[in-house]
Structures are given as structure tokens and as C-alpha cells.
Design a protein around this ligand. Sequence first.
Ligand code: IMP
Length: 196
Amino acid sequence: MKQIVIASTNKGKIKEFKEMLEPEGYEVLCLSDLPDYKEVEETGTIFQENAILKAAAVTNQYGIEAIADDSGLEIDAFNKEPGVHSARYLGHDTPYSYKNKVILERMEGIENRNCRYVCAIAWTKPNHEPHLFYDTVECQIALEAKGDNGFGYDPIVYYEPLQKTMAEMSAEEKNAISHRGKAIRKLEAFLDEAHK
Ligand code: IMP
């Protein structure tokens, strides 16, 4: 059976990738399955760089096919911050209820509320060129937090076409329009082609 490593410890991400790759005939492993894995620092200044850093670290250390994703929220009025710092913004362990409250306060009086979620997925395999899959979803910072679904910044990220925040969407609704959903579908198409 073909083995592939999801270079992540995030349970939600691993679950999403497993659901997609197991039907394709992959045995899906994650970082906790790798003995003595040496974590890489996410030193990249763009999502694509960090995704490649994480996937290539696994392929280089273990000689195995790997996938990594890096994602985040860009707020135009904040010069595209938190961006690649989204997980660490205002402290890695700070609850998102607090992070979201601070963002809403800092947005007070600002007219341009445009923001986007970004997702970069890197695929690496020994003796192959790395491949990147990238997508975004254009949104606005809501006027108030709404909804209990999703995670992270979802309650304050408003998606105009559905007139809801990301946290008011069902998983299926979010997946159909989200940065990660769209990037995963590009990866899926590539793997289908690669294994024909
Ligand atoms: P990563 O795991 O280093 O790629 O960090 C991703 C971070 O971006 C998450 O911890 C969230 O803060 C933010 N993020 C990315 N995608 C989403 C999403 O779909 N909803 C809410 N927050 C997200």
C-alpha cells in the first residue's frame, strides 16, 4: 500500500486529509507515527514557503511522500496580518474568543473590512519536484462575532455570498467555498492524475 505522511499534529486537518486520501488507496500517517521526528521552525514569510518547509522536512528525513498545509487570515486594514502568524497571533494559547474580540475592537471605525483566508498545500516525494496547491476565499471582518461552528477566526469572518459568518455555516457549506476545501480539491485532482 502507498504510504503518505500528513506533516501535521492538528487532529482536524489530519481527519480531513485522511477522509480524502484513504479512498485513493493511501495508508495515511501523521507526525506522531514517525519516530524521532525533528520539528521544523515555520520561518517562511509566505504560506507556500512554510507548507514546503513542513512537507520537505518529512520527505528528507524519512524518504517518504508527504503533504503539509499552511493557512491563515489576512486582514487588509492590518497590512495582511495576522497572515502566516495566524496561529501565534496574540499568543499561541490565547483563546480565539479573546483574539476575535481584540480584532473587532481594533477594526472599530475602519471602513475597509476586507479579509481573506488563505491555504497553501505542499506535496513532496523523493526524487520529484515539490508541488504547491493554493487557494483563498474573500471575506469581510464581521461587525460582531456570530456562530458556533468551525474554529479559530470563523465567528468574525463574514462571507457575503451566503450572508453568514464561517461559524454559521455547516461543515459542508464551509468546505464547498473555503480556502482549504478548494486547495484540497486541487491536490486531489493532481493525485488522481499522478496515479493514473
Ligand atoms: P497553521 O496550522 O500553522 O497552518 O495555522 C493555521 C491558523 O490559521 C489556524 O490556527 C487559525 O488561526 C487560522 N485559520 C486557518 N484556516 C482557518 C479556518 O478555516 N477557520 C478559522 N481559522 C483558520
